[in-house]
Design a binder for this molecule. Structure first.
Ligand SMILES: O=C(O)[C@H](O)C(=O)CO
Ligand SMILES: [Mg+2]
Length: 253
């Protein structure tokens, strides 16, 4: 099993280039990030080149983070901004050699929001295809993100099936799935052909994966048995020094 350090949470107190080097030193096989846009792209690229860690993905901008926005792509009155955010994420991703962009839907509901999300995803998939990249969509749990447009894997699967585009896939975050839906292993089996990336964290605190109600050794074995070998994204809040939380990784090396 291979692992990707999600630098939105791990070593989040460091600039991304330093966080990338820390992930390499700790033995991760890949990295991924949330919103790198305030940092220096050439410095991030230099750290990726130096460490030879692949960048698995990044997110589209949230919108106005001070207002708690979490994406724009399902907001019918924000289509221009949403597409700028998609273009920006794809440009950064292509420059950094990333394979995935997570297109964030935002807080919205109803048919108009769904039509808007579908249209923006078609746009994103077209742009991504020309860069050989994949678009991910991710349901967020109803406790952390109440009112977020996508909250279940069933809803995400319906959208992905409706679009029927080879480069639109599901980001299956075991933490969100456990909180909103449960039944993680059966869902992984059923949805495997739609999955583009898998993330994990302890539940319910979103801390290190070896603490909490989920037995990740079991889940990782199940994922391996399904033939999935892409690095799994460690997207948890270390609540202290990241190095102090890596026993779960060290035990697997
Ligand atoms: O929070 C998550 O699970 C995400 O993966 C994300 O990208 C930002 O919300
Ligand atoms: Mg996630």
């Amino acid at each position: 099993m291979k692992f990707s350090a999600n630098l939105g949470f791990l070593w989040a107190d460091r600039p991304l280039p330093e966080a990338i080097r820390a992930a390499k030193a700790a033995g991760f096989d890949a990295v991924e990030c949330h919103w790198p846009y305030q940092e220096s792209l050439p410095d991030i690229k230099a750290a990726l080149d130096e460490t030879q860690l692949p960048l698995l993905g990044l997110n589209t901008r949230r919108g106005d983070a001070t207002k708690g926005e979490m994406g724009l792509s399902a907001l019918p009155d924000r289509q221009g901004e949403a597409r700028d955010a998609i273009d920006e994420a794809l440009d950064w991703g292509a420059a950094l050699g990333a394979c995935n962009v997570h297109v964030m839907a935002g807080f919205a509901e109803g048919e108009e929001a769904e039509a808007c999300f579908l249209e923006n995803l078609r746009y994103a998939a077209r742009q991504a295809a020309s860069k050989d990249m994949t678009i991910l969509i991710e349901p967020l749990n109803v406790y952390d993100a109440p009112g977020y447009f996508l909250s279940t894997t069933a809803q995400a699967a319906e959208i992905i099936n409706q679009l029927n585009l080879p480069n639109v896939k599901l980001m299956f975050d075991c933490y969100h799935v456990q909180l909103s839906e449960g039944d993680i292993c059966n869902r992984l089996s059923r949805l495997m052909r739609l999955i583009g990336h898998i993330q994990f964290a302890g539940v319910p605190a979103r801390g290190r994966p070896d603490q909490g109600e989920i037995n990740y050794d079991y889940i990782f074995s199940h994922i391996a048995s399904l033939g999935y070998s892409t690095p799994l994204g460690a997207e948890y809040k270390p609540m202290g020094h990241t190095e102090d939380t890596l026993g779960w990784l060290v035990r697997r090396q």
